[in-house]
Design a protein around this ligand. Structure first.
Ligand SMILES: O=c1[nH]c(=O)c2[nH]c(=O)[nH]c2[nH]1
Length: 280
């Protein structure tokens, strides 16, 4: 029997970075979590414990902080590109660097005071290899709800089906989306705002026959409105809201009182992409 080392990667996960810009009395605040994942010729450390090609994950974390000081932190896509390119170009053994970034929003309360904004988190993933660079941006935790204009009917009824058909239900989800940019430079902030607005507008404006249909409408809207985006991947938990049976109390319930359940939940996932030229 021959045993061999398969795919492997390593890096520092979830470095927490807060950067204050003190240009004057009015400070700026950036709050990030940064994960570095490196891959390449790392067989020796696994097979023999020879660490001569291993850049410590501690050094990777230090690089995140040093670069934040030296280069500042503006758009997370740019900060990710800087880091990923650095690891591939400075480490002979490393052929692929992926940097995942999440940015938490803070609302200004004063010149040097901030309140953590709830709601969505902006994300980016930058992957650099010796031959290609890919930038993906995204959003997680964007919770949206339509209190009508949603049905779910006409589905398979097998011996285990008890779900009643719904002609008017609540549709709620937490939008977790990633979209791949066609290029590696651009107006990242404007693009993020535009994509997010397109996702939300499609959710609001689609009369939904299924969350699957809404998913496709959301991805499609992004590709229609944002030429810089090549592909959108969506992961949409169906945040079920079940009508409460109030008949035992002699009350009707015309779509007004619901129990919001948190698990189990349907999980609808899909990719919406541009067709290859020539395909229909
Ligand atoms: O929009 C929906 N899609 C489903 O696939 C599904 N399945 C289910 O039980 N409820 C729903 N709703």
């Amino acid at each position: 029997m021959t045993i061999v080392l398969g795919a492997n990667q390593y890096g520092k996960a979830e470095t927490r970075l807060v950067r204050v810009e003190r240009g004057g009395p009015r400070h700026e605040l950036r709050d990030l979590t940064v994960t570095v994942v490196l891959a390449g010729d790392l067989a020796a450390t696994h097979l023999t414990g020879d660490n001569s090609q291993v850049l410590p994950t501690d050094s990777q974390k230090n690089t995140v902080y040093a670069f934040a000081r030296q280069h500042g932190v503006d758009q997370i896509e740019d900060f990710g590109l800087l880091l990923a390119r650095h690891f591939v170009s400075s480490q002979a053994a490393i052929s692929r660097a992926r940097v995942d970034l999440s940015e938490y929003a803070w609302q200004r309360l004063g010149p040097h005071s901030f309140q953590r904004a709830g709601g969505a988190t902006r994300t980016a993933t930058v992957t650099v290899t010796e031959s290609a660079t890919v930038v993906e941006s995204g959003v997680t935790g964007l919770v949206v709800l339509n209190s009508t204009d949603s049905e779910f009917t006409g589905y398979v009824k097998d011996p285990y089906t008890t779900l009643p058909e719904a002609k008017d239900r609540i549709l709620a989800t937490e939008v977790n989306a990633r979209w791949r940019h066609a290029g590696v430079e651009g107006d990242w902030a404007g693009s993020y705002a535009g994509v997010r607005a397109a996702l939300v507008a499609a959710f609001v404006e689609t009369y939904s026959l299924s969350l699957q249909q809404t998913l496709y409408a959301m991805g499609r809207r992004v590709l229609e409105e944002r030429p810089e985006i090549a592909e959108v991947r969506l992961s949409l938990p169906n945040k079920h809201h079940l009508l409460v049976d109030l008949a035992p109390f002699g009350l009707d319930n015309p779509g007004e009182v619901f129990v919001a359940t948190d698990r189990p939940y349907g999980l609808i996932e899909g990719t919406v992409q541009r067709a290859e030229p020539g395909s229909s």
